[in-house]
Design a protein around this ligand. Structure first.
Ligand SMILES: [Fe+2]
Ligand SMILES: [Fe+2]
Length: 137
């Protein structure tokens, strides 16, 4: 299965969110690249922490927008974010219990699918509603 890479079709046309998605997707490539790096098990721990922090920042950014208009799927969308954070924390726990590069590959694959699905089905719809709510006329 090919890992998700940034492409313009993933744009939601809200510049800060697009920029964050691009960076988020960058982490998938970095996880995958760990296979080729020296000291990759150590690097993996750092990367997991960064990824968790970045996911929190990104979800907060989106959720701040939720309150700016009457977004009908806000609670569902927040739940999806919370579920991903939980999942990332579970990966982190598994890593802490036993550092293993196979886990990095599993996470890269999982994130790849999750992000594509979430971007296309949920974020895009949210962005469309936000842009509509703010368009003049
Ligand atoms: Fe997002
Ligand atoms: Fe989202």
């Amino acid at each position: 299965m090919a890992l998700l890479q940034w492409n313009d079709e993933l744009q939601v046309h809200i510049p800060d969110i697009d920029e964050q998605h691009r960076r988020f997707i960058g982490y998938i490539g970095e996880l995958h690249e760990l296979r080729r790096r020296k000291n990759s098990l150590n690097a993996m721990g750092g990367l997991l922490n960064e990824l968790l922090d970045y996911a929190r920042v990104h979800f907060k950014t989106e959720e701040r927008y939720f309150d700016m208009f009457s977004y009908d799927e806000a609670s569902l969308h927040k739940k999806e974010h919370a579920r991903l954070l939980q999942k990332l924390e579970d990966f982190k726990k598994s890593y802490d219990a036993q550092a293993d590069l196979f886990l990095a590959m599993k996470l890269a694959n999982f994130l790849s699918e999750w992000l594509e699905d979430h971007l296309v089905k949920i974020d895009r719809n949210f962005a469309r509603q936000l842009l509509e709510a703010n368009s003049p006329g």
